[in-house]
Ligand binder design. Structure first.
Ligand code: NAP
Length: 330
């Protein structure tokens, strides 16, 4: 498994991370704890040592399950990336990156994760009610206190990262990035490359669309968020599925690989990147073994873009996932 150091933090991780939003259950139609624990343990044993989570994933449930899975010897082999800055008040999610709340959240996460240090702590979404540098300074203090080892932000623009960096040494940024969702190429990606930040790309499989097993007959049950994602609804669903079929053929004929391996390789070939792979069952980890040891050549990159331009000329951004924003501080 390829490895990377998170900027200058000294924290080294695998370049594929296990994404555990679905393990939290909420917005993913529920969770199965035993299967989730088996998936986390299998991932670490096969070299996927970075586990990405957040208190928002199942209101703490994802972190609790990770704590159980890593208890004992496995914690020493894994790196945990969690987040803060989203809080549930009366069952409703709201942004709160105040230093006081972040300090409380770090303690709550340490307890749920059954650990004494968080390898990477990220602010989940920008909170305009708190100056970004103030939040950043609180994180730098937590790093000095040995509670966290690296500092990251998620869903921040380049401009917002500039503000944040007035208060802390920023190591990572976590934006959405996959073959279909490429908005960050306009600013976040060039900024992160220039500033030598490590980029944790979420949704590398575009919520399963690029795993290659979803068809027009697929139905999403319970509170599954894909019921609200326009990519998975007519009339756009058919266009995305047509692109998926052509990408699948290219992956097989050109590289003898599966589509998820191609999609994740594509993310890894973009620079100092980590691909987050959302999985909740051990069998979903199998195609990870196909990702290492090859690259997508320049000609194939152009062909991939041509397939996307033909079927999805106007891609839909993942903005439907954003929690309600706070107003700028007066
Ligand atoms: P994703 O990784 O793009 O896709 C996960 C989906 O892929 C699931 O639906 C899963 O299917 C399917 N899948 C995985 N392996 C498969 C396989 N081998 N065969 C068939 N299907 C497979 O989506 P994501 O979970 O939204 O994103 C990944 C991670 O990024 C999250 O878990 C989270 O850690 C992070 N994230 C962060 C943010 C943020 O704001 N910072 C936002 C979103 C996500 P099933 O549904 O059948 O399990």
């Amino acid at each position: 498994m390829e490895r990377i150091t998170l900027a200058d933090s000294g924290v080294e991780t695998s370049r594929i991370a296990l994404g555990t939003w679905a393990i939290g259950g909420r917005m993913w139609g529920g969770t199965d704890e035993a299967e989730s624990i088996a998936a986390i343990q299998a991932a670490v044993e096969q070299g996927v040592t970075l586990i990405d989570t957040a208190p928002a994933y199942g209101v703490g449930r994802s972190e609790e399950i990770i704590g159980k899975a890593l208890k004992g010897g496995l914690r020493a082999k894994a790196e945990i990336a969690t987040k803060g800055g989203l809080t549930f008040v009366d069952g409703k999610i709201r942004r709160d990156s105040s230093p006081k709340r972040i300090r409380e959240e770090v303690e709550e996460s340490l307890k749920r994760l059954q650990t004494d240090v968080i390898d990477l702590y990220q602010i989940h979404w920008p909170d305009h009610a708190v100056p970004f540098a103030e939040t950043a300074r609180a994180l730098e203090d937590l790093r000095s206190a040995g509670k966290i080892r690296a500092i990251g932000v998620s869903n921040y623009s380049a401009e917002q990262m500039d503000e944040f960096r007035k208060g802390a040494e920023l190591d990572t940024v976590q934006p959405p990035y996959n073959l279909f969702e490429r908005e960050i190429e306009a600013d976040v990606l060039p900024y992160a490359r220039h500033e030598r930040l490590t980029i944790l790309c979420y949704g590398a499989l575009c919520r399963g669309m690029l795993a290659g097993r979803i068809s027009a007959a697929t139905r999403f049950g319970g509170d599954d968020l894909r019921q609200n994602d326009p990519k998975f609804q007519p009339p756009r669903f058919a266009n995305y599925l047509a692109a998926v079929e052509e990408l699948k053929t290219l992956a097989r004929d050109r590289f003898d690989k599966s589509l998820p391996a191609l999609a994740v390789r594509w993310v890894l070939d973009q620079g100092r990147t980590i691909a987050l792979w959302g999985a909740r069952r051990p069998d979903q980890l199998a195609p990870m073994a196909e990702v290492d040891g090859w690259r997508i050549d320049a000609k194939s990159m152009i062909e991939i873009d041509a397939i996307l331009a033909r079927h999805v000329p106007e891609p839909i951004a993942p903005t439907f996932m954003a929690p309600p924003a706070n107003r700028p501080a007066a």
